[in-house]
Write a protein that binds this ligand. Structure first.
Ligand SMILES: [Zn+2]
Length: 194
């Protein structure tokens, strides 16, 4: 796309060659858009198929605040698209899908619930209250999962159900499952969903 745009800028505006190149630029734009969409489909498909329960941060996602204006809008649009795909695929696969309030999920300790201030550049979670250590995003992911489980259980069962028992806080294997990145998705075939 960049090359096509560069070439376009070198053509005489309005000329036949310029018009031709303008179409090339439009095609590249469309390709890029399709690739992004395809990726989101594969990723959401992966989560919906591999897991029985998926908890996500609700739309006004906290992570987006960390990005500058323009990329925040773009990332926000992509996140919204992703969530919609994920939700209907979860429904199709019989997977629980829960969106939770993301407020404070980064500051909260996934092990003991103590809340501590954490500037953006601190990538590790290290709890001053209980000593629990984890990657910043992994800790936040557990909190999101925990809230999702609470929300789900709260819908039908007593409030006193200990959420902790369902949390794989001390096993790194489970931890990895929880914070699984999308990479394995790329090795999978899309299941025909478009
Ligand atoms: Zn703690």
């Amino acid at each position: 796309l960049e090359r096509a745009q560069r070439d376009l800028s070198r053509k005489e505006h309005g000329s036949t060659n310029w018009e031709k190149q303008r179409r090339v630029v439009a095609e590249r734009h469309a390709e890029l858009k399709n690739k992004r969409r395809d990726f989101l489909h594969k990723l959401s498909n992966y989560y919906a198929r591999e897991y029985d329960f998926v908890a996500v941060e609700d739309l006004d996602v906290k992570g987006l605040i960390e990005l500058p204006g323009n990329s925040r809008n773009r990332a926000g649009a992509a996140w919204g698209t992703f969530l919609r795909m994920l939700e209907y695929k979860c429904e199709r696969e019989g997977t629980y899908f829960i969106a939770v309030n993301p407020r404070g999920t980064t500051k909260e300790c996934a092990s003991c619930d103590a809340s501590t201030e954490k500037p953006l550049w601190v990538r590790e979670h290290s709890c001053p209250a209980c000593g629990f250590e984890a990657d910043r995003d992994a800790n936040a992911a557990w909190n999101i999962l925990s809230r999702g489980i609470t929300k789900r259980l709260g819908a039908g069962r007593s409030e006193s159900t200990p959420v902790e028992t369902a949390l794989p806080v001390d096993t790194s294997v489970s931890a990895k499952r929880v914070v699984e990145t999308g990479s394995p998705t790329l090795k999978r075939e899309p299941s025909g969903e478009r």
